[in-house]
Write a new protein. Structure first.
Length: 150
C-alpha cells in the first residue's frame, strides 16, 4: 500500500455558499430546520430520516429505527432566526470533524443565508466535491421550501 503524505491542505475542507431566499427570516429559518431534519432527502427524493433537536447541545442524527442510526453533530449554537451552528463528524465513517454554520440576515427582498462548512480530517478530493454538490442540493431545497411557504 502506498502512503500519501498528509498536508494541512489535504486534511482541511472549507465550503462557503450564499443562498438568496425570497422569504422572510422566520420562514427561512423554519424551512432550514425542516430540510435539515424531517424534510432531508437524497437527490432522488428518498427520506434520510433525519432528526434535529433545535437547542444548544441538541443532536442532529439519522434515525434508522430500532435504536439504529448515525450521529451527525450537536447543535453548538442557535439564535433564532439568525444563527444555526453544528459541530460533529456529519456523515463521515472516517476521522473527520466539522463545524457547520448558517448565518441568516434580512436583505432587500428576503433573506440571505451565509453557509460555511469547515472541517479537518481524512477526506478525498472526490468526497470534497461531492460534499459541495450535496450542500448545494440541500440549500436549493431550503430555498424552494421557504419561498413556497411565504
Amino acid at each position: 500500500m502506498i502512503a500519501t503524505e498528509q498536508t494541512l491542505e489535504n486534511l482541511t475542507l472549507t465550503i462557503n455558499q450564499e443562498i438568496h431566499v425570497q422569504a422572510p427570516l422566520d420562514i427561512t429559518f423554519a424551512a432550514l430546520l425542516e430540510q435539515l431534519g424531517p424534510g432531508n432527502e437524497t437527490p432522488d427524493g428518498k427520506s434520510l430520516n433525519m432528526k434535529i433537536e433545535p437547542w444548544p447541545g441538541g443532536r442532529w442524527y439519522r434515525d434508522m429505527g430500532d435504536g439504529n442510526g448515525h450521529f451527525w453533530a450537536n447543535v453548538k449554537a442557535i439564535m433564532r432566526p439568525t444563527l444555526l451552528e453544528f459541530a460533529g463528524p456529519l456523515f463521515a465513517s472516517f476521522p473527520f470533524v466539522s463545524n457547520v454554520q448558517y448565518r441568516l440576515s434580512e436583505v432587500d427582498g428576503g433573506t440571505l443565508i451565509a453557509f460555511r462548512h469547515t472541517a479537518l480530517g481524512f477526506v478525498s478530493d472526490e468526497q470534497k466535491a461531492g460534499m459541495d454538490k450535496g450542500w448545494a442540493s440541500m440549500h436549493e431545497r431550503v430555498r424552494r421550501h421557504a419561498e413556497a411557504s411565504r
